[in-house]
Design a protein around this ligand. Structure first.
Ligand SMILES: [Cu+2]
Length: 228
């Protein structure tokens, strides 16, 4: 009887040990995902859809920034002076049939309204360009200096598009540069490349071929994979 108990206890001990070893990588990942000092990284995602089989996602990860301002929108500008700027990593993976998403460069921007109505996606409005000196009408006049301007999506010969960029023009946290303003924001993928030129009609990419509303990702969402 005692031998049986010892065996059971011993097996439980070994099982717990193995279990804890097995669990270690999982908890280690969570420690990395959750930031230090209680400043948890803010994450956001736009699920991209287009009417001709274009699909993907754009992920946003705001670097932890202890001391960065988080006052409510509309707070006086003085509130934000002399603080370090948060930065946001933006990673886009958007794929599609090459008949719809041609290999090469495609303009991508954060647009000013979080509303994507196919097929034209005009409901997303112009390029996000937050005040007080915002200027997005006409859009070409202040391009490529809008708050929501980012580099092109580069699509491979197999229709697989990728974009990686770090922006200090936006925040996911509340404030005057937040993409989560009263009407939200969306990501638009364009038919043509964004040439980065100022004052030229259509230079930022022409027709809109896909769209995704940007939404904050809950802290317990483990499907957020920004890759490397
Ligand atoms: Cu655009």
């Amino acid at each position: 009887m005692r031998l049986t108990i010892k065996l059971v206890v011993g097996c439980l001990f070994v099982a717990c040990l193995l279990g804890s070893l097995w669990e270690e990588p999982v908890s280690a990942v969570k420690v990395v995902e959750r930031s230090n000092d209680g400043n948890r990284p803010l994450r956001a995602r736009a699920i991209i859809r287009g009417p001709n089989g274009i699909e993907g996602e754009v992920l946003f990860l705001q670097a932890p920034c202890p001391g960065c301002p988080t006052p409510a929108p509309g707070a006086p500008a003085e509130t934000f002076r002399n603080f370090p700027e948060p930065t946001v990593l933006i990673v886009a993976r958007v794929n599609g049939p090459t008949s719809a998403l041609a290999p090469g460069a495609h303009g991508v921007h954060i647009h000013e309204v979080g509303l994507c109505e196919a097929p034209a996606f005009t409901t997303a409005g112009s390029h996000l360009d937050l005040g007080p000196a915002g200027s997005n009408l006409p859009v070409d006049a202040n391009h490529p200096y809008h708050t929501g301007d980012v580099p092109n999506l580069i699509v491979s010969s197999r229709g697989r598009g990728f974009l990686s960029h770090i922006s200090s023009r936006i925040t996911l946290s509340p404030g005057p540069l937040s993409i989560f303003d009263t009407n939200g924001s969306a990501v638009i993928v364009h038919l043509n490349p964004d040439s980065g030129q100022t004052g030229i009609t259509g230079a930022s990419g022409g027709a809109r071929i896909a769209c995704g509303v940007i939404q904050l990702v809950p802290d317990d969402d483990d499907d957020f994979d920004i890759g490397h």
